[in-house]
Design a protein around this ligand. Structure first.
Ligand SMILES: *Cc1c(COP(=O)(O)O)cnc(C)c1O
Length: 464
């Protein structure tokens, strides 16, 4: 087989496509506000032009990029133009998107700090700044991972091993067979990723006691089951449907006094703590043993970026450290020993870029602004006769249009309309539209335009 020099890449073939990518990325950003939020039918049918079979022959990088941009860009869902309200998908901070271009070219692996001094420094700064912003103990340890699902799993594994360790059982040596049974108390409305993490940690649904919740989706402190030194308690900052948080201050101290472990899933809701105006909504959350959150949701970091945080660094290390001579390190902070992944990109660099760009005040105003947009959206819809199912919690708006069938029809119509995009859910027996406001690009004019579009779709569904 002959070596193909045009693909192996000499100098011009490396820098040319990077410049071209930057130019195309800029054009994409400029055009995105002109496009529908969901791709047009034509853009979707053009995807047929992507060859389905792997080519035998090489294709120059510039031609690959042309195909990606000309066919791919129009088929993207526009999550960064301020009018995407699906799931809890955050937009991307322009400072982070730019940093991601450069750090992508850097190609740094941050498994061990000697693999990249610069990525090691930024990982450490981003971790410490995150603890500071979220009002968590500065002696805790934060570790970057791919998202809150993995952050939940990481913390639950740390909790499981620590609880068993304190009950005289070494999981590292003895595994789980024959281990003292653990009890789990979880919000009846825990996020599906927490249930998945429990399963991966060897804890089944039958091991879980569901703590009853109220009309806002928060656990009720007065009905909270008793915990002991073998109990893992799972609370949440930001119910995925309502945005409301559990009453941490009323629950956590008693659990910890009895030797239990409290973990908080705060994928988006923990960011309330970064705002002096909204911090009271997660009052007491800093007393927990561990926290999972996302940088790719409210903070608007690029995917995929989550953060696992443990109060006692040794608890995280017990569950996550490697035993391999070639991976041993004296470094205080070695990401491979603080999470499930070994090789990993320098996610902390993007988080660092956002925090360096915004500063403390900028993150607080991002939180405040998206909360205000959610209130504004709820107000416009409610004033037109739409039923608000729950008072707005943080950045989530949950509404119903007449009845379940009409609600589903309105959701489908809004998705077709493409002015904005929102998805559905079921809430305490009713179908609902979830409007999740997570993009730094959203303006109050966007909220006006989108509320108008949603109402237009509602009226059209009623007229049918
Ligand atoms: C999104 C979300 C998760 C899962 O986070 P990923 O980053 O998607 O893995 C967990 N809990 C809550 C409350 C969420 O909103």
């Amino acid at each position: 087989m002959s070596f193909t020099p045009d693909v192996a890449g000499h100098h011009s073939d490396t820098s040319g496509p990077i410049l071209d990518a930057a130019r195309r990325a800029t054009a994409y950003l400029e055009a995105r506000t002109q496009r529908g939020i969901f791709p047009a039918e034509e853009a979707l049918s053009d995807l047929a032009a992507f060859p389905r079979d792997l080519a035998d022959e090489p294709l120059p990088a510039s031609e690959v990029l042309t195909m990606l941009d000309e066919l791919g860009s129009p088929a993207t869902v526009v999550t960064t133009a301020g009018r995407y309200f699906g799931y809890v998908n955050g937009g991307t901070d322009p400072a982070a998107a730019a940093a991601a271009v450069l750090t992508g070219v850097w190609d740094q692996n941050i498994a061990l700090p000697d693999m990249s001094p610069i990525a090691g420094l930024l990982d450490d700064l981003a971790a410490r700044w995150t603890l500071d912003l979220l009002g968590l103990p500065c002696t805790a340890i934060a570790s970057f991972c791919s998202g809150a699902s993995i952050a939940n799993l990481t913390c639950i594994l740390a909790a499981r091993d620590a609880l068993l360790h304190h009950n005289g059982w070494n999981v590292d040596r003895r595994g789980l067979t024959g281990a003292p049974p653990l009890r789990v108390i979880a919000s009846a409305e825990m996020h599906a990723s927490v249930a998945k993490a429990l399963r991966a940690a060897g804890l089944g649904a039958d091991d879980v006691i569901a703590a009853p919740t109220d009309e806002l989706g928060r656990v009720r402190a007065e009905d909270f089951p008793d915990a002991d030194e073998r109990t893992l308690v799972l609370l949440q900052a930001g119910n995925v449907n309502t945005g409301h948080s559990d009453p941490f201050a009323d629950i956590i101290p008693a659990i910890r006094e009895r030797g239990g472990w409290v973990h908080v899933d705060g994928a988006f809701g923990l960011w309330a703590a970064a705002s002096p105006m909204h911090r009271h909504l997660v009052n007491g959350v800093e007393q927990a043993d561990s926290w999972a959150t996302d940088a790719h949701k409210w903070l608007n970091a690029p995917y995929d970026s989550g953060i696992a945080i443990c109060r006692v660094p040794g608890d995280l290390r017990r569950a996550m450290a490697f035993n391999a001579a070639y991976l041993s390190t004296d470094a205080e902070r070695a990401p491979a020993h603080l999470g499930l992944q070994m090789s990993q990109r320098a996610r902390g660099a993007e988080v660092w870029a956002i925090l360096a760009h915004r500063g403390r005040a900028g993150v607080a105003s991002l939180v405040d602004r998206l909360c205000a947009h959610a209130q504004h959206m709820a107000h416009l819809l409610q004033a037109a006769g739409v039923r608000l199912l729950v008072p707005v919690g943080l950045n989530q708006v949950l509404v119903q249009f007449d009845d379940d069938a009409t609600t589903d029809a309105v959701i489908a119509a809004v998705q077709q309309d493409r002015t904005c995009w929102a998805a559905g859910t079921s809430w305490h027996g009713s179908r609902a539209m979830r409007i999740s406001i997570c993009d730094t690009a959203t303006t109050s004019a966007d909220i006006d335009t989108c509320a108008e579009a949603i109402l237009r779709c509602w009226h059209a569904c009623r007229a049918l």
